[in-house]
Design a protein around this ligand. Sequence first.
Ligand code: GLU
Length: 318
Amino acid sequence: MAVENRAGRYAPSPSGELHIGNLRTALLAWLFARSTGRRFLLRVEDLDRARAGSEEQQIADLQRIGLTWDETPLRQTDRGDLYRDAITKLQARGLVFECFCTRRDIAEATSAPHAAPGAYPGTCRNLTEEQRTHKRLERPAALRLRSEVTEFTVTDEVYGEYAGVVDDFVLLRNDGVPAYNFATVLDDLLQGVDQVVRGEDLLSSAPRQSYLRSLLSPEYDDAAPPLRYAHVPMVLNTSGQRLAKRDGAVTLADLELLGFSTAEVVAELLRSVGLPGDGTRSPSVQLDAALRVFDPRRLPSEPWIFDEFALSHPGNET
Ligand code: GLU
């Protein structure tokens, strides 16, 4: 795939309204993609946690802050056949096994003193066909990847080289729903995505995802480069915890009720990443100005503490 077809993306789960931290990440993903000549895509990750009306609302908010994207957004629930095909391909290569463990089985096994923290302990990896036949009568199986490594290293624009655990993670849940780690990797590959900008909370998933991409790319896009990641610092509340809906005025609609226009919120978001913001100008004009001076190396590496009471209206800036 030619370089000009490569893309960056923002992939929200439609589980509620986007808050100011999500909007900031989306804006950074747009800046990273556009400043490197990539297409920018929006993907609706609705396999899990979808709430009625959220998708439309999220898209409307992303448009209001001035973001533009290059294709009609994909919705993961429309792509079941693609996920099934990819699993069949991995199965044919002996890279998938059935797992009958409950959460409790795994919690008990991983609390053993020699277990790797947070990693699947391998309970069902080597079951015999006879054992599997027996267990299938008890509960439906999840499908896990038979990983051939225990660690993988990724390159991150913010963190540099990051090595993390790769275990036999779930590809298909036992209710038949594709797992996030799998669906997101396949979609990135199929959509020509080679740049992933998202919140720092997902950094520990990157080694698993990047490893899976290396297994899937020969099937789909032989020339796919490894993903380039940028895990961006989170937005925290004034108590230093990850920002959440319960933290008061955190969505565009909430802030509007307090008298802040979308343009003012965009200005605040841009200033929070060290870029010029001017709340008297439209979001898209501000974004274009920010794009001209955006330099990923100058991104703050500290979390941003969001305090609605410290927001400024134009003219009140100190
Ligand atoms: N859908 C995921 C979320 O909203 C993000 C996936 C990703 O960016 O890889 O948390």
